[in-house]
Ligand binder design. Sequence first.
Ligand code: FAD
Length: 404
Amino acid sequence: GLTGNKGWSPHWRNPDPKTEYDIVIIGGGGHGLATAFYLAKEHGLTNVAVLEKGYLGGGNVGRNTTIVRANYYLPGNSEFYSHSMKLWEGLEQELNYNVMHSQRGIINLFHSDGQRDAAVRRGNAMRNQGDDAHLLGRDELRKMLPYLDFDTARFPIYGGLYHPRGGTARHDAVAWGYARGADERGVDLIQNCEVTGIDISNGQVTGVQTTRGAIRAKKVAMVAAGRSSQVAEMAGMRLPIESHILQAYVTEGLKPFIDHVVTFGMSHFYISQSDKGGLVFGGDLDFYASYAARGNLPGKEQVMEAAMTLMPAIGKARVLRSWGGIMDMSPDGSPIIDHTHIGGLYLNTGWCYGGFKAVPASGFALAHLIATDRPHASAEKLRLDRFETGYGLLDEEGTGAQHN
Ligand code: FAD
């Protein structure tokens, strides 16, 4: 920049871990940092450490395609993501940080009468929740999205469900904003500190073992996204979570031509254009469980084929890079924010493809749960025991899978 990048002060301190905290959060991704921020801000709890094995924001919070939306269908998810959207809308003021939240609108395309019916149902549910949804016909869409193939496509475009308040945000900035806000309030953010064990005595958590020594704690929250199963195993828990890779792609910078986020209804493909001009897009999981944060060629081929089917012009763009992140896939496609059977041990996981948009509400709800030992009203149904009892499953995998 104009300053020659000199004289900039770090955004947060780099403290050594203390031997004891009231609350330890395992994982310095979006959810862990937001939890720490709201613990301090909403509940005045600042004797808190976030332990991150790498660097803050190096996980999925810095690897996603940045889509923010509140277009879920089922009660349980609907109120939770609606709450998150409201927090997003005040986030830049709250953090005093530019997270580049851009409500450019999301359009979910549909390609059959059956998909139109499903879109109408979901749109009505969104409106009942107090969020916005409009059904667009083919002619309106053609004016808004002239770059799509309306004439010869294998799956003709029938219309779209338009969610104007949806959009994108700059992912790293969200992590950095929450980190600075938590640090300013006294939370210790400790990087290069991997949790290697969870100490439990008489059914109560007492602390953690880390690569930087043992740390005692009255309460511990496991917020490790794709690594959730490994972390929970340290407490002897087997989670209903599978870890899979999700890949994404960005092209060279192009002049602005995609004004919204657009999702394809007949295959796994979605796209938006970053403020730098790169086309940011992705598709579905690589369908094998893995902890490697990189994908393989068949996954790429599927996404590129879907892209060419929907918008042939994309064939002229050059892909600059692709990457992968490890997704914490739950059986019903919905998350878990709950306490565990071990006293003082909390769990936040199951974000599947869609946990970036959830960051504010997830941090808010987990902070509430840790501070009060009662679930926040917006997250009451995100219980762990639904996978044991079968009661209260939130089978919304379609929404997560298709629309990020
Ligand atoms: P992370 O950032 O992964 O944080 C977890 C942290 O825990 C990591 O930093 C990790 O290093 C740390 N950790 C793990 N084990 C330990 C340990 N033992 N000790 C200490 N620390 C540990 N969501 C959307 O809403 N919209 C999208 O458009 C979207 N697109 C996506 C595209 C891709 C390619 C990917 C990969 C994800 C996408 N997601 C999207 C999902 C979203 O990014 C995730 O659901 C969300 O970021 C997960 O929560 P997190 O930010 O806390 O995870």
